[in-house]
Write a protein that binds this ligand. Structure first.
Ligand code: CO
Length: 428
């Protein structure tokens, strides 16, 4: 299971590539693409997916007959990285550096002294207009060197990293001048002069590894959950519900984009499905009232050297199973209703679960569950898998947990969920 996860992560070097990899798996499983700019002809018993901005994706299987409710599992496709600015090369008499800015809130220190590569999308002028092409240079072509300890004797006492000074990746010696654009053009099978614009990122190309029942890899937040949810969605046997798998971009920067969870992608998709299947508003809203959304994003495992950051009774560990995340201020959506339902599903699946809450004096993080609810409002839970070093370019999690999440979400997708009155459910 983790080897398949590592392959998924290695292919998913940016959100665009994560969506492309997910599309490949869906097409292989017989899913048909739909396009937002075209009429949707969808049929009962068939499976489809739609993308927006090449960086968010929604897949669904239309039930063959009546169904109880919509079941959603969602994760995010993006990870913190360095976005390369349009005029990328910073040259001086000796070096070429890359002009970058931070995308998301990364830990800066672990990005240093490791081989980095470049990937993203390139907008190319073609005979009929413009075409978007994904590129991945794959091999190491950038590195952010540390300052030697001899020049900064207090480096080990804590560093303040200025992204405009300390975090600029070295691309090479001045002899490399102009070669980045040439390599990008080659990778895009385009002439340099036909490149109109780019969305390129510096990423960590290191492969994932399994060691002593732990896994370490780039982008585990949130590709471990994305992979597990996709796998569960594809493995789940049909039941009397309408299953969805969602992968959203821009969670790391607040989700407030056309393709992010705060945008209309999911609500638009649901509206178009209802239109194509001639489901009236009353039927849609009845189904939605019984529906359930699982927001999947990794959680903070207790740090081995810093256990003091944990909440005494809500500490979670790698290989401890699925983490249910709570927050009184609803940065996590879990409440008694959604937690009760999901716990029952974990128990049915034979999957262990653990409960996470921040220490009351620490703000902690947030994710896409409550944001998605502002567009499509329904009972929702926030879950994840315990990991260390969140937002480092190389993160560590439990080797058993990927399979636990697959089992729990497969059980979720195979459960018929019905509701007769407010906040009560019947599980079939
Ligand atoms: Co995340």
């Amino acid at each position: 299971m983790n080897q398949a996860l590592f392959s998924y992560i290695a292919a998913s070097v940016t959100a665009y590539h994560a969506i492309a990899q997910t599309k490949r798996q869906l097409i292989q499983a017989g899913y048909e693409p739909l396009y937002e700019g075209q009429t949707w002809q969808i049929k009962p018993g068939k499976a489809y997916f739609v993308t927006r901005n090449q960086s968010s994706l929604i897949a669904f299987r239309v039930p063959d007959g009546d169904f109880y409710s919509f079941l959603f599992a969602a994760a995010h496709a993006d990870s913190p990285a360095f976005k390369i600015k349009e005029n990328a090369e910073l040259s001086d008499p000796h070096y070429i550096r890359l002009s970058v800015e931070k995308y998301g809130g990364m830990l800066c220190a672990p990005w240093m002294d490791r081989p980095l590569s470049i990937a993203g999308r390139v907008l190319v002028r073609c005979s009929e207009g413009i075409e978007s092409r994904l590129i991945d240079l794959r091999q190491p072509c950038a590195l952010i060197p540390n300052v030697a300890i001899h020049f900064n004797r207090t480096a080990n006492d804590g560093m303040a990293y200025n992204p405009a000074v300390d975090m600029l990746p070295l691309y090479g010696m001045v002899s490399e001048k102009g070669s980045l654009r040439r390599r990008i053009a080659e990778a895009a099978f385009a002439e340099e002069t036909d490149i109109l614009a780019t969305d390129l990122f510096v990423y960590n190309p290191q492969p994932g590894i399994e060691w002593n029942n732990l896994i370490s890899a780039p982008r585990l937040d949130d590709l471990q959950c994305a992979f597990a949810a996709l796998t569960a969605f594809l493995q789940a046997k049909p039941s009397r519900n309408f299953p969805f798998f969602c992968l959203f971009d821009n969670e790391e920067v607040g989700s407030q984009t056309k393709q992010g969870a705060a945008g209309t992608f999911l609500s638009d998709t649901l509206a178009r499905i209802c239109h194509a299947l001639t489901l009236d508003t009353d039927t849609y809203q009845r189904k939605l009232a019984a529906s359930f959304f699982v927001s999947c994003d990794n959680a903070h495992g207790v740090h081995p050297n810093h256990p003091e950051y944990k909440d005494q009774n809500h500490a979670v560990y790698p290989n401890g199973g699925v983490v249910i995340k709570y927050n009184a201020n609803q940065r996590y959506t879990s409440d008694a209703v959604s937690a009760a339902l999901f716990q029952l599903i974990c128990t049915r699946a034979g999957v262990p679960f653990q409960r996470y809450a921040n220490r009351a004096d620490m703000p902690g993080g947030s994710t896409l569950g409550n944001i998605a609810n502002t567009q499509v409002s329904l009972n929702t839970i926030d879950i994840g898998l315990a990991q260390f070093a969140m937002h480092s370019p190389f993160e560590t999690a439990g080797a058993d947990d990927t399979a636990y999440l697959v089992r729990a979400l497969r059980e979720f997708y195979e459960t018929g969920i019905q509701t007769a009155c407010d906040s009560s459910y019947i599980l079939r």
